[in-house]
Design a protein. Structure first.
Length: 144
């Protein structure tokens, strides 16, 4: 599927509005504060640069195990002597993980789980928080 930048509609809003949720009886702020995620939600609610978002997403491609294999197959088609060699022997980077690859203003941009973990300053594994203060909240079973 091919998209042009002007065809992409970016919806900008605050993904999590804790004040509105609390006003309507769903106070989740304490749950996310206990997990240390408030800086992350602050970042999500920050400014959105529509031109950069459009520029990135219309060029984005998923680089996964299948794309890695295709890249190796293309190398072999160009030079059959590479048949049976490793990625490193073919002059390719080793496959580490799935990535979203794109460019912004001609600059290559790669997003992986490690990138996201670094930006939100959190460990890549989950965390269980024990002993939340408001144990009577009807939302705790839903969040858990």
């Amino acid at each position: 599927m091919s998209l042009e930048e002007w065809e992409l509609i970016v919806q900008v809003e605050s993904p999590i509005d804790f004040l509105s949720l609390a006003h309507h009886g769903c106070d989740l702020r304490g749950i996310y504060q206990a997990q240390g995620l408030m800086d992350y939600f602050g970042m999500l609610n920050g400014p959105t640069y529509l031109t950069l978002v459009r520029h990135f997403w219309v060029r984005a491609q998923l680089y996964d195990q299948k794309a890695s294999k295709l890249e190796m197959d293309e190398k072999v088609l160009i030079d059959p002597s590479l048949e049976g060699k490793t990625r490193e022997e073919m002059g390719l980077e080793p496959f580490r993980c799935e990535e979203i690859r794109s460019s912004v203003l001609g600059i290559p941009v790669v997003i992986s789980v490690d990138t996201i973990v670094g930006v939100i300053r959190r460990a890549s594994e989950g965390r269980y928080v024990f002993g939340l203060k408001n144990k009577n909240s009807s939302w705790i079973p839903i969040v858990n």
